[in-house]
Design a protein around this ligand. Structure first.
Ligand code: PMP
Ligand code: GLN
Length: 378
């Protein structure tokens, strides 16, 4: 059959996690914690099931959860979103991104992304006939020159996808980035998807600059969040999309025929859990400690660490270790040294030879220490 996505094969995350299992390697590749989520949360799911939350949730999401999300957003950012008209609960961040693109992109529309980019953006844009316009971020800082972004604008530019803190680079958007972006899009009707799934994973006392903090951006943005990251439960595949009423209307037209609604007992449990801010405010310190610990461990290896200002990913160059391409090097790391990572070229549409790999540090300290023991031999 004629493929709609001829350039696409199985995602690097599936490939590397499978290889890690096959070779019994320590899996620092796919981004997920290796420690349990809070038992209180699992008890709340049991309770929700016993209380009868076992049939379809309302299409846009459990009413209590949408209210709890609105409260959390107001607590964190002092911005109000209307639970009825501006918040939709989704099957993870991925479905929110997919649905936002599906609801806006027509054939020929151009979407600007920043590479390296999370792997679902480009294929989803293409699925709806959109054209991907790419801005290349350069290591080690992966900063943005907004005048160069402007050069990508044409009369067909329909959307920009932002991701801060960024996967895989751990870079973040600053106040000055946001101001430049506001200038750039003023007078255009360009919309934004702001992938903020790592909103709380931001370090060194930096504050996350959500697009919702800027009215000129908020009014044109779909903001994507993930409970997988917030609750250390990536397998639950729950998240949400915040967007102004007009955008939410379009979003829900697609959402209702894509999934209709998502997991009911878990929505009820999350609603009760996040009502108490103590259940999530520690997450920043929790991951900052892991980042510092892991960077300390890698300091004794031949890997050269790139900055990590946010996310639970640490990138490193192996240029001083090997001449291999990153995919070959990552496979050899699994087979010969027992550590699985992600080759960063997987986050680009065109292969490159930057010799950078990504480690996930959302792991027990013991796992990170064990991995470092192995990486010292490389
Ligand atoms: N965006 C980014 C940048 C991610 O790293 C991820 C994955 N973990 C997602 C979106 C998808 O989140 P979810 O697992 O909630 O679908
Ligand atoms: N977001 C996770 C990562 O970057 C992976 C999610 C997935 O496997 N699709 O590792």
């Amino acid at each position: 059959i004629q493929s709609k996505l001829p350039g696409v094969s199985t995602t690097i995350f599936s490939v590397m996690s499978k290889l890690a299992a096959e070779y019994n390697a320590i899996n620092l590749s796919q981004g997920f914690p290796d420690y349990p989520s809070d038992p209180k949360l699992t008890e709340l799911v049991n309770k929700a099931m016993k209380d009868g939350f076992n049939q379809y949730a309302p299409m846009p999401g459990n009413v209590f959860l949408k209210e709890a999300i609105a409260e959390k957003v107001e607590n964190c950012y002092n911005v109000k979103y209307n639970p009825d008209t501006e918040i939709t609960v989704t099957a993870g961040g991925t479905q929110a991104i997919f649905t936002a693109l599906a609801s806006i992109i027509n054939p020929g529309d151009e979407v600007i992304i920043f590479e390296p980019a999370y792997d679902c953006y480009a294929p989803t844009i293409k699925l709806f006939g959109g054209l991907v316009k790419t801005y290349q971020l350069a290591p080690p800082d992966y900063g943005i020159d907004w005048d160069m972004v402007k050069k990508l604008f044409t009369s067909s530019t329909r959307m920009i996808i932002l991701n801060s803190p960024q996967n895989p680079t751990g870079s973040i958007l600053s106040e000055s980035d946001m101001k430049s972006l506001i200038k750039l899009i003023s007078g255009t009707d360009i919309l934004i998807i702001s992938d903020e799934v790592y909103e709380h994973l931001i370090y060194d006392e930096q504050k996350h600059k959500s697009v919702m903090l800027y009215p000129e951006l908020r009014e044109r943005s779909f903001i994507v969040a993930s409970f997988g990251k917030l609750l250390h439960a990536t397998g639950w595949k729950l998240g949400y999309c915040l967007a102004p009423e007009q955008l939410t209307k379009e979003f829900r037209k697609v959402h209702q025929f894509n999934v209709f609604s998502v997991n009911s007992p878990m929505q009820q449990a999350i609603a009760e859990y996040i009502k108490n801010p103590d259940n999530y405010t520690g997450i920043t310190n929790f991951f900052e400690t892991k980042r510092n610990y892991f960077r300390g461990l890698l300091a004794d290896t031949r890997f050269e660490l790139l900055p990590c200002k946010g996310s639970y990913f640490q990138c490193a160059s192996y240029a001083k270790i090997s001449d291999e391409k990153d995919v070959d090097f990552s496979i050899r790391l699994i087979k010969e040294f027992g550590v699985a990572t992600i080759p960063v070229s997987a986050f680009y549409q065109k292969a490159n030879d930057h010799k950078i790999i990504r480690f996930c540090f959302a792991k027990e300290h013991a796992t990170l220490a064990l991995a470092a023991d192995k990486l010292r031999n490389v």
